[in-house]
Design a protein around this ligand. Structure first.
Ligand code: TEU
Length: 570
């Protein structure tokens, strides 16, 4: 595979606009706030900004319920602000990636308002309507990913419509060529405005089994997802989008793949398939889900985390696919709290996760606040939460027998709001995010954890990310190196290498709060270590250890070395 495309050496920064920067004092972030922070992102070394939905929306799911795909929500600003954002990004050598949410629309979208009027309305088949089941109830037993049934009954026409997410997010009918044409039109609208990237929301759910069968629960989780995930026509639909929009406008695309497979992600992202540039998959972020259950608690399974990361590195490399690399986003708790110690070892832990992720093959994503070591906030009461999924599940868990305290404990660790509290810019009121009352609280640790403090510390988490991002541009091995896992089931250490013809990159991280030792495999020592020069590219401790057969690692220590040309010293 050639690795010449610029986005294979790039780093993409994810902006959750509602919580990024507010310039009007209404407590909600806005486009002008992002414009004001572009120099901060340029300083970090960011190449592309993924801006999450700023379209007209009732905000039931913070913008993932779109009511007009080609208009800016006034809460976020104007189309003129948007056009200025594109210009200001490009003037700094950066590009814009927009979130495209076309598995479903808001029930407030004009299309849906028409569709629900009558069974013969021209827009009826833009959505998925079904008669009641034989028992007069739901058409089938599919469940919403936000809890409860996946169907909503509409009195006017006596049918149900499909809602795989919130009841106000109606699934679009991709079997309808007119709907597909509408999607192509809206994508073209933004491409014409200079957008050079699309992040496609749950795009692998758009093709449903047209029989809409009941799930017999023979395969967990038994909620119907196997009948619409990576569905029968999904690759066909995506190829059409590529042919009509992505390729003509040279759009960088990343598909968000819910509950997908490695085989499908190879097909979605291998350039010969002409579908996407890369894919988000989530298997590695379910290693603390007991039996795959998100709303149960257990310590994360370290060996499973390493196994899954390795499987996807090797599989995608062998299959010619391309990973979007991430440990954080707006739907996940902060990785710093999830996988390390965000109090005693916050700085080491944040740098360890960054080094471990950025050493892998793929395109890294930095979610706002990750680069300054923002942890999960301290939640004191359910009234502080805003996320529709969390509030649904808080109710459902109690309906299913959990106490309020048990349910709240789970919410505190699992809620998507963990990543949605305002960006912490400085130690001023509300962390400098707003002069008003924020739509969701600012975490109380902001006086010690904020961007201003990070920028003034040469040894900060911010500057660690900045170095990692620059290394990716400087060393082709980070883009092209072949991945090998080096630690066979070590209880605390994750070690891997990336090899090219003449060099080898080595990343070793101690994911524990204990001092440990790690010994490289003998064959690696003989082939790669003995008699060769190496350089420590980046680390997260005072000491700068040499690369030896046996190395000692302090709590949450993490290092990246480069072993130079294979030619022996003598
Ligand atoms: O997320 C889909 C998704 O995989 C997660 O929301 C997950 O299904 C959910 O948390 C249940 O565990 C995308 C967006 O990223 C998310 O913000 C939206 O809420 C969702 O789609 C619907 O558009």
């Amino acid at each position: 595979m050639t690795y010449q495309e610029w986005w294979r050496k790039s780093t993409i920064y994810q902006v959750y606009p509602k919580s990024f920067m507010d310039t009007t004092g209404n407590g909600v972030g806005d486009i002008r706030g992002l414009i004001d922070k572009l120099d901060y992102l340029k300083n970090l070394g960011i190449d592309m900004v993924w801006l999450q939905p700023v379209y007209v929306s009732p905000q039931n799911d913070n913008g993932y319920d779109v009511a007009d795909y080609c208009q800016i929500n006034p809460d976020y600003g104007t189309m003129e602000d948007f056009d200025e954002l594109v210009r200001e990004l490009k003037s700094r050598g950066m590009e814009l990636m927009l979130d495209i949410v076309v598995n479903h629309s808001s029930t407030e979208h004009r299309w849906f308002q028409e569709s629900r009027k009558s069974r013969d309305n021209p827009y009826r088949d833009y959505y998925i309507w079904k008669d009641p089941g034989p028992d007069g109830g739901y058409p089938n037993n599919w469940q919403s990913k936000f809890g409860g049934p996946a169907w909503q009954y509409d009195e006017t026409t006596g049918q149900y419509f499909l809602t795989l997410f919130d009841k106000t997010q109606a699934d679009l009918n991709w079997e309808n060529p007119k709907l597909r044409e509408e999607v192509i039109k809206l994508m073209t609208f933004w491409a014409e405005k200079g957008v050079r990237g699309f992040r496609l929301d749950v795009i692998n759910l758009i093709s449903k089994d047209q029989q809409f069968p009941d799930d017999d629960v023979s395969v967990l989780p038994g909620d119907g997802r196997r009948f619409y995930t990576d569905g029968p026509r999904v690759h066909e639909f995506i190829k059409e989008l590529n042919e009509k929009v992505f390729s003509p406008y040279q759009i960088v695309t990343v598909g968000e793949m819910s509950s997908t497979t490695l085989e499908n992600c190879i097909r979605y992202s291998n350039p010969s398939e002409h579908e996407f540039s890369m894919t988000f998959s989530f298997h590695h972020l379910k290693v603390d889900y007991p039996h795959g259950q998100k709303w149960e608690l257990m310590p994360y399974d370290f060996e499973q985390l390493k196994r899954l990361l390795s499987e996807w590195q090797v599989g995608m490399q062998q299959g010619g696919g391309w990973n979007a690399l991430f440990l954080n986003n707006h739907d996940q708790p902060r990785a710093l709290s999830r996988f390390t110690d965000d109090f005693q070892y916050r700085k080491e832990g944040a740098k360890l996760l960054a080094t471990t992720l950025h050493g892998l093959q793929g395109t890294p994503y930095v979610f706002q606040g990750e680069e300054i070591g923002m942890p999960n906030p301290q939640w004191n009461d359910i009234s502080e939460l805003r996320d529709i999924e969390s509030l649904n599940m808080y109710r459902i868990m109690q309906e299913n027998g959990k106490t309020r305290e048990e349910a709240f404990e789970i919410i505190k660790q699992r809620s998507r709001d963990n990543s949605r509290t305002p960006m912490q810019w400085n130690s001023d009121a509300q962390a400098g995010f707003t002069t008003g009352t924020p739509w969701i609280k600012v975490d109380e640790r902001y006086p010690e954890i904020n961007a201003e403090r990070e920028m003034n510390d040469p040894d900060s988490i911010f500057n660690h990310y900045k170095r990692l991002i620059s290394l990716r541009k400087e060393y082709p091995i980070l883009t092209e190196g072949i991945y090998h896992r080096l630690d066979e089931a070590h209880p605390q250490v994750f070690a891997y290498s990336r090899s090219s013809e003449n060099e080898t990159l080595v990343v070793v991280s101690n994911f524990s709060n204990e001092a440990v030792e790690f010994e490289f495999p003998q064959d690696f020592v003989l082939e790669q270590l003995d008699g060769r020069e190496h350089t420590l590219l980046i680390g997260n401790t005072e000491e700068k250890p040499a690369l030896r057969k046996l190395i000692s690692l302090s709590p949450f220590a993490s290092y990246m070395w480069l072993i130079h040309d294979l030619k022996k010293l003598n």
